[in-house]
Design a binder for this molecule. Sequence first.
Ligand SMILES: Cc1ncc(COP(=O)(O)O)c(C=O)c1O
Length: 376
Amino acid sequence: MATAIEKQTVKWLAEFIGVSPTYGGILVSGGNMANLTGFLAARTAKAPKSMKEDGLANAAGEMVFYCSKATHTWIEKAAVLFGHGSKAIRWIPTNTDNKMNTTVLLQTINEDLNNGKNPFLVIGNAGDVSTGVVDNLSEIAIICKAHNLWFHIDGAYGIPAAVIPQYKNLFDGIKEADSIALDPHKWLYAPLEAGCILVKNPQHLVDTYSAHPVYYNFDNGTDEPTLNYYEYGFQNSRGFRALKVWMALQQVGKNGYIKMINEDIELSQLLFDEAQKHEELEAVTQNLSITTLRYVPYNYAQDERMNETYLNTLNEKLLNELQRGGEVFLSNAVVAEKYCLRACIVNFRTSKKDIQEVVEIIVREGRKTYEKLEIK
Ligand SMILES: Cc1ncc(COP(=O)(O)O)c(C=O)c1O
C-alpha cells in the first residue's frame, strides 16, 4: 500500500510542476538527498559501464560538472562523497540578474572538452537558495542536448511556483530535464522531512541503486515487475514519507496551492515595495517569494566614513540581533557583495500585517545596532 501511494504521489508531483507523469522517482528526506540521488543517477547514465567496477580512476578523462555560482552547497557534498573532488565543479558566473551565464557555460564546456575532460552534467537552479532566481532552463537544456550532458534541475525551493499560470514561462525548459529535485517540505508546506527526486527515465535510478544480494527475495508470485523503492535510492528500510504529501495534495488541491503560493509571492513583493519606500532600507532583490534587503542608516550619504564594508558588518550584526531577538526570523544572502537580510516566505499563515511588522522591527533594530556599532 505504501509503495502504491508513493508511486501516485510521485506521479502527482510530476504533473503538478508540469512535466510528464511518466517521470519516476522517490521520496527522500529533503533537498540535499534529492539532489544527491539525482547526481549519482546522472553519473551512472553518462559514465562508462565499467564505472561500477573500476571507479573513477578509469573514466575516460576527469568527469566534470557545471552549475552556477549560486548553487546550494549540496553540490560540494556530491563532489566529495562521490569521489570527484571539489575541483571537478565548474562554478559558472551569474549575470547581473543572478542567472547562470550560459555563454560562459558553453565556453567552459568547450574548454574542458579541448583539455580532454569528460563533462557529464549541468545543474540549473529553479529558485536559487539565496535570491530565488530561476536560471534560463531552456537555454541550458539546448546546451545539454548538443553535448549529450545530463540536465538536472535543483527546484528544491522554487519549482512549485511553476503551477501558477503567470509564472509558467519562467520555468520553460523543465520538461527537458533528465532529473528534478523538489522539496514538498519547503513550498508545498509539508512537515519535515519530505524531498523528492524525479527522473525522466527511472531506469537510471534502478541502474544506479539496485542490488540483488542472496538475502533478498522479492518474488511477487506473478510475472508483473514489482516496484521496490530500495532500487530507486540510497535507503533500504524507509519511512512512509509519501503519506503526508499524498494527503496534502488531495486536501489542498492544485487551486489551493496556486492561491497559497501566489499569496506568498505577493507578500514578498509587498516587502520589497515597503523596503523601497523606506528611506532607511534598501530593497535589493525580489524573485518568487524571496526578498533581500538591507538596513542603511539615514545619514549614510552624508557620512563618508560609512562604506560598503561598514554596511556589511552592520547588516550582519543586525541579522544576528534579529535572530536572537526572536520576534522575526530572517536569514541572510550575499548579493553582489552586499550582505543582505533575506526573507523567504513559505508559510501560508504569513499575512500583510506580518510584513508591516517585519519592516518596523528591522528599522527599529537597525537603528539600535547602528548606534552600538562604531565606525572605524
Ligand atoms: C535550492 C536548494 N537546494 C537544496 C536545498 C537543501 O534542501 P534540504 O535542506 O531540504 O536538504 C535548499 C535548502 O534551502 C535549497 O534552497
